[in-house]
Ligand binder design. Structure first.
Ligand code: SAM
Length: 323
């Protein structure tokens, strides 16, 4: 229990070091606390304590002259070519919302508009959120997308696909698709667009700014991909969105909902259960859902052939067809 309670201290040390750009500053070299304190403009004694704690946490290694990145840390946070620090900056932005958990448990609602900040109101947070999604999915998307059945699809809409990572994977693994449309909020879309626009590997991708709570979803598609979006909605929001996606699909079209699914007991697996609390502090009424819940909403909207497919260690796809 003590280790569990102290977990926030290790997390804070790591997230602070990432925000400082410490791992990038060390890069592939071994650097002394003096060199690092000067480069990062921080207090040398404080940094030395942080460096030693990061060494104890196996993120750094201590040499004769200073500190080196552990090879795994170097790959993901120390090497600019393979860097993925945005996701950890996004997690750190969420820290304040988590600190308010006791109040949220009292009232049932967050009193801080964290979600709005990540969805456009705060430029830095929005960039870290959208780039962070790419950090997480750039290995996952090429694993998940080939497992989907899109043999008969020609036009796919990726709703909430702003980061663009899945869209590029759809083009790579399903060459029969003639067009891949990304529908997302304008700020998120602009960030993904900037990264994809010049890529040959995203030549079939088109961009549709919009808010699915207000705007219509463009019609004329025979496949819809909704990945890691439903959990930010409350139960009636999920049902409404699924009905809207049903209306947008052509007959015979397929909806695929990708999520961290809860088991039927709603208390496992651990990742989806903790993510439900993450949504409690971050959104107005979101949480994670079970495959049975999502499947029931799809059935009520009119979908048939509903199936659940585990596509990675932590995620699954609930799919259904519009008859
Ligand atoms: C957690 S991210 C998931 C991104 C991507 N689909 C993935 O799986 O990595 C949620 C996405 O939904 C988008 N989104 C959230 N609310 C939205 C809304 N009301 N209308 C359109 N897009 C929305 C966000 O901008 C963001 O790109």
């Amino acid at each position: 229990m003590q280790r569990l309670a102290g977990g926030f201290q290790a997390a804070k040390i790591f997230l602070t070091a990432n925000d400082l750009g410490l791992f990038l500053e060390i890069g592939a070299a071994e650097k002394s606390p003096g060199e690092l304190a000067a480069a990062l403009s921080v207090d040398r004694r404080a940094l030395r304590l942080l460096l030693n704690a990061l060494t104890a946490l196996n993120m750094l290694e201590k040499g004769d002259h200073g500190y080196r990145n552990h090879p795994v840390v170097y790959e993901h946070l120390g090497n600019p070519a393979t860097y993925r620090g945005a996701i950890f900056r996004h997690i750190h932005h969420c820290w304040d919302s988590w600190s308010r958990l006791p109040g949220v448990v009292q009232t049932g609602k967050p009193d801080f508009a964290a979600e709005a900040n990540a969805l456009g109101e705060n430029d830095e947070w929005t960039r870290d959120f959208i780039e962070g999604m790419n950090d997480v999915t750039r290995d996952l998307a090429p694993q998940v997308v080939p497992q989907l059945d899109l043999e008969r699809a020609e036009v796919l809409i990726d709703v909430g696909g702003g980061p663009g990572t899945y869209a590029a994977a759809f083009q790579q693994f399903w060459p029969e698709l003639s067009e891949i449309r990304i529908f997302d909020l304008p700020d998120a879309l602009a960030l993904g667009r900037k990264r994809l626009e010049d890529l040959e590997s995203a030549s079939k991708v088109r961009f549709y700014p919009g808010n699915f709570e207000i705007d219509p979803i463009p019609g004329g598609a025979d496949a819809i991909w909704l990945s890691q979006v439903l959990h930010s909605q409350n139960e009636s929001g999920c049902q409404e969105l699924i009905r809207k996606l049903y209306a947008a699909l052509d007959r015979g079209g397929k909806l695929m909902v990708h999520e961290f699914l809860l088991d039927d007991d709603k208390a496992s697996p651990v990742m989806a259960s903790i993510f439900a609390v993450h949504m409690l502090v971050m959104t107005e009424g979101g949480r994670t859902y079970s495959g049975a819940e999502i499947g029931a909403w799809m059935k009520a909207a009119g979908f048939v052939d509903i199936a659940v497919l585990n596509v990675s260690d932590d995620t699954a796809v609930v799919s259904g067809r519009k008859p």
